[in-house]
Design a protein around this ligand. Sequence first.
Ligand code: NCD
Ligand code: ZN
Ligand code: ZN
Length: 354
Amino acid sequence: MRQIPAGHYFVDTLTLTRPDDWHCHLRDGAALQHTCADMARYFGRVIVMPNLTPPVTSVAAAAAYRERILAAMQGLPRQFEPLMTLYLTDQTDAAEIELAAASDFVHAVKLYPAGATTNSDAGVAQLDALFPVLAAMEAADLPLLVHGEVTDADIDIFDREKVFIERHLAPIVQRFPGLRVVLEHITTRDAVQFVHEAGAQVAATITPHHLMFNRNDMLVGGIRPHYYCLPILKRNVHQNELMEAATSGNPKFFLGTDSAPHARQRKESDCGCAGVYSAHAALEFYARVFDALGALDKLEGFAAHYGADFYRLPRNSDTITLQRCAWEVPAQMPLGTDSLTPLAAGESVDWQVA
Ligand SMILES: NC(=O)N[C@@H](CC(=O)O)C(=O)O
Ligand SMILES: [Zn+2]
Ligand SMILES: [Zn+2]
């Protein structure tokens, strides 16, 4: 992590507009009680990813999933508002987009290139064939959320985001200039540059783990499966660009944890799943990064203002308070009937939400 700039002074409490999470995976069934409890600690709204099995491909399925999330939150001290998304497939049609836009609970549509990440097998194989659907989204002003990686076997896994931007995202943004697009969980300098140079309709989310870690953290001194996620952690030069973007005060970059729980045994395996769980301490992790960069004054915009503005929703009207107060992340946490290893398991975190 970079040096604390000169002139930085210590802050021990920080009050912010209540933040929202613009990218998270709550899963389904028994897992919901745990993922929802973590998210409900302080997030006002969360964009709920639709990559269930089977995926959430219709407004009716999104409504039913939303009901299951609300049911799982019964009895919690507070609740967040789940903002639902639809999963694009080669079969999605413009009529479903219009239905989604007319609903008051579907807020975006998610593009997974087929095979790119966890539960993306039903994703899009033929992007060009989907242009009428993207046109319908542009017309209805429904944002497109993108897992931006190509899946071509000849493209190295560390280059898949950059190549996706060149081959697919740039042409889409050019062809549909009115379409709002969020490039999710960005991991490269190339993504930062692309988002910078695009119009105001293009934004990006940044995760806590891509800010805190690079591929050395995952691969030096032993392979650490709990750092394995997609897009995969990159070189430190890319990590530095993400830190710069997140703390720049540029409203195109905002908070999206990509908190993605997997049972421990499914990650510690011959073929481990991609996904990092961060919902237990997400805001605390971001605070650690912004603090180390002398940029705590930029945290509120990133965590609580820019995402709401992009989604054209009101900013939350209440606040939360972070305190500098060390606590230890548990080694294991429950996930339905399984358990998971959370990000920074067993480590000390120096901020806590009061
Ligand atoms: N990020 C991940 O590594 N995994 C996510 C899927 C995704 O967001 O790509 C998951 O659902 O597990
Ligand atoms: Zn993704
Ligand atoms: Zn995700």
